[in-house]
Ligand binder design. Sequence first.
Ligand SMILES: C[S@@+](CC[C@H](N)C(=O)[O-])C[C@H]1O[C@@H](n2cnc3c(N)ncnc32)[C@H](O)[C@@H]1O
Length: 311
Amino acid sequence: MLIYFLFFSFFFCTLIFLIWFFNDRKFISSQSVSASYDSWTNDQLLEALWGEHIHLGYYEKYYKNKDFRQAKIDFVHYLVQWSGLDQLPKGSKIIDIGCGIGGSSRILAKDYGFDVLGISISKEQVKRANQLTPNNCSCRFEVMDALKLKLDDRSFDGVWSVEAGAHMQNKQLFADEMLRVLKPGGLLALADWNRKEYNNGKLGFIDNLIMNQLLNQWSHPAFSSINGFKGNLKNSIYCLEKVDADDWTKFTLPSWNDSIIEGCRRPMIWIKLGPKSFLKGLREIPTILLMRWAFSKKLMQFGVFRFKTFK
Ligand SMILES: C[S@@+](CC[C@H](N)C(=O)[O-])C[C@H]1O[C@@H](n2cnc3c(N)ncnc32)[C@H](O)[C@@H]1O
């Protein structure tokens, strides 16, 4: 009996590993990113597990028990405070670039009184963001490419972007577009997944293999380093002020394990969404574990960026 069980477990794990390793979701163009998010939104799995925030949480003390969803809400407030966005008056116009299903946008509107426009490349996310937003919440959502913003120069008091930059093929254009729409005196608050600095030595064979899987599994063209992206912001023709960056890896790292544990904490999800979703969930586990490993070994870093333009 035990031998059958071991054989079946080994067979099952190998199958999941092979599907994961060979059946990736490579970045081809921004269309491949929108197709991935459309499908992740329609199958409801990501929202059932991660809630309305598709980003990591903020944990004050390493491995202290904290509710994953509360950690995500806290992350938004910490980034608002760190970037100084809370200094802007109520009614300030904010753009949330790569807004997902609007988790951050709604907090910025409800808790800080901002007038928020959320944009995403995924039309299904925009549809879902609108469904989740009550009428009295001052935010609206539009499908738009962050690399081709159909918005006037200097039209926002603040730019907010969380974990979207890794999907952008042209990081300089991404920085230029964000700063172009920012008013003089405006603020930028950005968080992203970054690779280790290029001057810390070349990647070895194993690190390269891991990095390729991290890029290919979730439709990322490239990760910039923290200093690399700081350079993109500084080099922008719109940049007139000092850019600050920090590494929040230690505050966000517990999110990776929590995002797997969430599937055990909420078993009803699997009954509601069915066996296909369960297999889809299992398929994400190797990437989540690899991400956690890469962040814990400093192959990846969680970068935060803030910036204020001159009046
Ligand atoms: C990891 S999710 C983060 C979502 C959201 N910021 C949050 O924290 O919940 C990445 C987001 O970036 C968006 N995105 C990726 N490439 C984009 C592009 N070229 N233009 C606009 N949005 C893009 C995706 O559609 C998705 O909403």
